[in-house]
Ligand binder design. Structure first.
Ligand code: ADP
Ligand code: ASP
Ligand code: MG
Length: 810
C-alpha cells in the first residue's frame, strides 16, 4: 500500500482538486490519502479567532468568506446532484464552528484548547470534501487514532498508543481511504489537538510507518525538493535524491516542503519518500531514501529560518566547569524551549544558542535564573538575546569527504559583504549552519547558491545610471547579447536598476530592456544621487555592478559608499579616476580589499584596451617610462576635418553632431578632457599626480571658455581665420596638427604639436586615438595601440567589456 499526502496547495483550488482526483483514481495500489485544509484556511481560521477575541464583529464577514470559498469549490468539483447533500454535511461542521466562534467573541477569551478546536475545522471540512470527490473513497477520522500528549502547550505524538490504534482501525484496507492530516486528540482527555503547523505531512508519515507502506508520497506545488526555496532563489532546481539525514537537516532549517518530524517515522521503517507536484505529475520528483548518493556534489541544498534569535552567555566562570551545558539546556527544557543552533567557543567562555524570536526573552529569563549565583558573583556576564537574525544551513552528506567547503562558503559570503555572526558545524559534517542578520538573508542565499550549485547560469546584477548615447547603447548591446551569454557563457546579466536624468527604477527581477525607457518614466521615482544610493543598498543584491554612464560629479561621489557595500563600479565617467588623487587611491584600495572591482577602461581611448594593457605590463613587472598619445577623438576629428571649405567653428559643430564631443565641447577644446585622460593613465602607470600637475599649451584663448556655452557658440567663429592661415602653412609643409599628451620623467603636458609624415601620429584618421607606451621591455620599439577613440557604440562596448570582466571573478 501507499500513503499519498496532498497539501493545502494541492487542495486549495478547483484545478488542484481535480488533479488530486485524477492522481488518486489512477492508483493501482491500495492507498490512504491524507489531506490538509484548503491552502490558506488554517491561517484564516487563526485570523478570524483573533478578530473575534478582540470583540470585533467583522469576524463574521471573514468567517462567511471561509464558508463561501468551500461552497464555491464544492460546486466546481462535484456533480450537481450531490451538491445539496455534501453542502449539508459541511454545514453541520460550520455550525459547530460558529458556536465556538460566538463563544470566543462573547467571552473575549481564548485558550489553547479552543484554538486547537477552531483550526481543526480546516482539515475536517477539506477531508469530507475530498472524500466526496474521489470515486468510491472510504473515510477515516484521524483524531480517532492519532494521539498526543501535551506539555508546555505543545503536543507531541504518543507513538505507541497511536500505532496500536492505527492497527486496530485498519484491519483491512479499502482501495482508497481519505483521512484528514494535522488533527489528533489528546490521549488523556480526548480533546482535539494537532501535530503543529504543516503537520499533515507527519500524519501521512505516521500512517505509512504504522502500516508498512511501500512508499510515502508527498504531493505539493513544486516539482520536488529543491536546492533552495524557489520563492527566494529563482534558479533553485529539483534535487533527484536526498538521504533521510539530508532531508531532515534541510527541513529542520526551514525547507517548508516537508514538516520536520515527518522523516523520522519513515526513516526507521526504511520507507522511501517521494516529493511530487500535483500540478505536474509527470515530473520525476525527489526520492528520499537510505541509498547512497552517487553524485559527487558536496552540497545538496540550502535552507534558512528567518525568525531566529541568538541567546549568548559569556564569562570566564564557564571555562572548564563541568555541567554548565547541562544546566543551560535543562533550564530551557524545563520551559519547553528547544534550541536549533548551538555554538560554543573552544575556550568555553561563550555559548550561543539559536531559538525563535518569540522564545528569546523567556530563554534569557530562565538561563539568568539558573545561573543567578554565577551572575551575581560576576563569573558570568549578563545573558543577552540578539533578535531578528536568520540562520542558514548548508547541507550535504558528501561534505565530509571534500575539504575546503567552509572556506568557499565563508569566502563567498565575505566577498559579498555578508557578516557572519555565529557558526556551528555538526560532527556528522552533514550540515554547516550559521547566523546572519535577517536583512542579508536573501543576498546570502543567492551568494551560496551561486557559489556551490552548478546552476545553469551565473547572474550579474547591473545598476545603470545615465541612459544617453553610451548608457543607452550599452543597454541595447546587453539586450542583444543576453540570449547568447546565457546559452554560451552561462551568464545572465540582469539590469536591476536604471536611472535617466529624471527618474530611477529598481526591479529585483530585472527590467525588460525592450521597454526600459517607458518603464523608467512611468514606474520610476524621481531620481537623485541619494535615492539611487539608498535604492541600491536597500536592494542588498549579490554580484552587483554599478555602471556610471554620466558625466556627473554627484554620481561619481557615490562610488565609495557603493564599493564599501561590495558593489563593483564600472565608470565611463572620468571624474573619479581623474579627480583628487587620495579619493582615486582610496576607491582602488577599497575595491582590492573587498575583492571586487573598480573599472574605468573607457575613460581613455573609449573601447581600446589601454588601461588594461598597462595594468598587465605593470603587474607582470614592467615599468612604464614614457607615454605619448593622441587621446581626444574630438580634437583629432576637428584637425582632420578642417579644410578650405570647413572652418574651425564648423568642424567643432560637426564633432558635436557626430557625438564624439563631450556634452559640453569646451571640455574637449580646453584640453580638460585630455588632461583628465593623461592623469588617469599616469596614475595607472604608477605616478601620483593631480590635474594641476599637467602643463597645458592651449590653442584657443581662455576668453572663449569663460562665458556660457551659448557665448562660446556665438563667438568661436572669430578663430576661423587664424586657423585657416595655420592650416594653409601646415599643408604647404606637409604637416598636421595633433593634440598630444605626454608623460616623461615625471613631466606631464598636453598641447598642439606639428607632426610630419614620418611621425606615427601623422596617419590618424577621423576621431581615432593612438597611444605609444615606452617601457623597460618595450624600449626601442614602444608598444602602440591605435583605433577608434570616441563614439557611443565603441565606448558602450568598452563598458560592456568591463562588466564582463567582473562576471569572471569567482
Ligand atoms: P503544502 O501545502 O503542499 O504542504 P507547503 O507550502 O507547506 O505546501 O510547502 C511547499 C512549499 O515549500 C513550496 O511552494 C516552496 O515555496 C517551499 N519550499 C521551501 N523550501 C523548499 C525547497 N528546498 N524545495 C522545495 N520547496 C521549498
Ligand atoms: N493545515 C495545517 C497548516 O496549514 C497543516 C498542513 O497544512 O499540513 O499548518
Ligand atoms: Mg506543508
Amino acid at each position: 500500500m501507499k500513503v499519498l499526502k496532498f497539501g493545502g496547495t494541492s487542495v486549495g483550488s478547483v484545478d488542484g482538486i481535480l488533479n488530486v482526483k485524477r492522481i488518486v483514481e489512477s492508483q493501482q495500489d491500495r492507498a490512504i490519502v491524507v489531506v490538509s485544509a484548503l491552502g490558506g484556511i488554517t491561517d484564516k481560521l487563526i485570523a478570524v479567532t483573533n478578530i473575534a477575541v478582540a470583540g470585533d464583529k467583522t469576524y463574521q464577514t471573514e468567517f462567511a468568506s471561509i464558508i463561501t470559498r468551500h461552497k464555491e469549490i464544492l460546486k466546481a468539483v462535484t456533480p450537481a446532484v450531490k451538491h445539496a447533500e455534501i453542502a449539508a454535511e459541511l454545514q453541520v461542521l460550520f455550525d459547530d464552528l460558529q458556536t465556538v466562534l460566538t463563544d470566543v467573541f462573547t467571552e473575549r477569551n481564548i485558550n489553547l484548547q479552543k484554538k486547537d478546536l477552531i483550526v481543526s475545522f480546516g482539515e475536517r471540512v477539506s477531508s469530507i470534501l475530498i472524500a466526496n470527490v474521489i470515486d468510491g473513497a472510504a473515510y477515516a477520522y484521524a483524531p480517532d487514532f492519532i494521539k498526543t500528549i501535551t506539555s508546555f502547550d505543545k503536543h507531541t505524538l504518543d507513538l505507541e498508543t497511536t500505532n496500536a490504534l492505527i492497527h486496530s482501525h485498519f484491519p483491512h484496507l479499502p482501495k482508497v481511504t481519505v483521512c484528514p492530516g494535522f488533527i489528533s486528540t489528546d490521549k488523556v482527555t480526548g480533546v482535539i489537538t494537532n501535530l503543529g503547523r504543516g503537520g499533515s505531512d507527519y500524519t501521512a508519515a505516521i500512517l505509512a510507518a504504522a502500516l508498512d507502506a511501500e512508499v510515502l508520497e508527498i504531493w505539493t506545488d513544486v516539482d520536488g525538493f529543491m536546492t533552495a526555496d524557489p520563492k527566494v532563489i529563482s534558479k533553485a532546481y529539483v534535487i533527484d535524491h536526498l538521504s533521510y539525514v539530508e532531508a531532515m537537516e534541510l527541513c529542520n532549517y526551514g525547507a517548508k516542503v516537508i514538516y520536520p518530524p515527518t522523516i523520522f517515522p519513515v526513516y526507521h521503517k526504511n520507507i522511501p519518500v517521494i516529493i511530487k507536484n500535483t500540478f505536474n505529475p509527470d515530473a520525476q520528483g525527489t526520492f528520499i531514501s537510505r541509498a547512497k548518493d552517487v553524485s559527487n556534489q558536496p552540497i545538496k541544498g540550502i535552507s534558512s529560518i528567518d525568525d531566529a534569535a541568538l541567546v549568548t552567555m559569556q564569562g570566564l566562570g564557564m571555562v572548564g566547569v563541568i555541567g554548565v551545558s547541562k544546566r543551560l539546556f535543562g533550564a530551557l527544557a524545563n520551559v519547553g524551549i528547544s534550541a536549533f543552533f548551538i555554538s560554543q567557543a573552544s575556550s568555553e567562555n561563550t555559548i550561543s544558542i539559536g531559538v525563535s524570536n518569540a522564545e528569546a526573552d523567556l530563554a534569557v529569563e530562565v538561563i539568568s535564573e539558573e545561573f543567578a549565583f554565577e551572575l551575581k558573583i560576576g563569573e558570568i556576564n549578563a545573558v543577552k538575546a540578539e533578535k531578528n537574525l536568520a540562520t542558514i544551513a548548508v547541507v550535504g552528506d558528501n561534505m565530509k569527504r571534500i575539504p575546503g567547503i567552509s572556506g568557499k562558503l565563508f569566502g563567498a559570503l565575505g566577498r559579498s559583504g555578508v557578516n557572519v555572526i555565529a557558526i556551528a558545524q555538526g560532527a556528522s559534517e552533514t550540515n554547516i549552519s550559521f547566523v546572519i542578520d535577517t536583512k542579508s538573508l536573501r543576498k546570502a542565499l543567492n551568494v551560496i547558491h551561486e557559489a556551490f550549485f552548478l546552476s545553469e547560469y551565473q547572474e550579474l546584477n547591473v545598476f545603470l545610471v545615465g541612459t544617453g548615447t553610451v548608457g543607452g547603447g550599452l543597454l541595447d548591446q546587453i539586450k542583444q547579447q543576453q540570449p547568447k551569454l546565457k546559452s554560451q557563457n552561462n551568464l545572465k546579466i540582469k539590469v536591476v536598476g536604471v536611472a535617466d536624468e529624471f527618474n530611477v527604477l529598481f526591479r529585483r527581477e530585472g527590467i525588460d530592456l525592450n521597454a526600459y525607457k517607458e518603464a523608467v518614466t512611468k514606474e520610476g521615482v524621481p531620481s537623485t544621487p541619494e535615492v539611487i544610493l539608498k535604492g541600491i543598498l536597500e536592494m542588498n543584491i549579490f554580484n552587483a555592478v554599478f555602471v556610471d554612464c554620466t558625466a556627473s560629479y554627484q554620481v561619481a561621489a557615490l562610488y565609495k559608499e557603493l564599493l564599501l557595500h561590495n558593489v563593483s563600479v564600472v565608470a565611463a565617467n572620468k571624474i573619479a579616476a581623474s579627480g583628487n588623487y587620495a579619493n582615486y587611491a582610496e576607491l582602488k584600495d577599497i575595491a582590492r580589499k573587498k575583492g571586487i572591482k573598480f573599472l574605468f577602461e573607457t575613460n581613455v581611448g573609449a573601447g581600446l584596451p589601454i588601461i588594461n594593457t598597462m595594468n598587465n605590463l605593470v603587474n607582470s613587472g614592467d615599468k612604464i617610462l614614457k607615454l605619448e598619445a593622441v587621446l581626444s577623438g574630438t580634437l583629432n576629428f576637428i584637425f582632420n576635418t578642417i579644410s578650405a571649405e570647413i572652418p574651425l567653428s564648423k568642424a567643432i559643430m560637426m564633432a558635436k553632431e557626430a557625438r564624439y564631443a563631450e556634452p559640453d565641447p569646451r571640455i574637449d577644446l580646453s584640453g580638460t578632457d585630455v588632461v583628465r585622460k593623461l592623469v588617469i593613465l599616469s596614475r595607472e602607470a604608477g605616478y601620483q599626480l593631480e590635474q594641476t600637475d599637467v602643463k597645458k599649451n592651449l590653442f584657443i584663448p581662455q576668453k572663449y571658455f569663460d562665458g556660457t556655452l551659448e557665448d562660446f557658440w556665438n563667438n568661436i567663429h572669430e578663430m576661423d581665420a587664424e586657423f585657416e592661415t595655420i592650416r594653409q602653412r601646415l599643408e604647404a609643409e606637409g604637416k598636421k596638427y595633433r593634440f598630444v599628451a605626454t608623460m616623461e620623467n615625471g613631466d606631464f603636458s598636453v598641447g598642439l604639436q606639428e607632426v610630419d609624415m614620418r611621425h606615427p601620429f601623422y596617419e590618424l584618421e577621423g576621431s581615432n586615438n593612438i597611444i605609444m607606451i615606452k617601457t623597460e621591455r618595450y624600449y626601442d620599439y614602444p608598444m602602440i595601440i591605435k583605433g577608434y577613440g570616441a563614439g557611443a557604440s565603441v565606448t558602450a562596448a568598452g563598458v560592456f567589456a568591463d562588466i564582463m570582466s567582473i562576471a569572471n571573478i569567482r
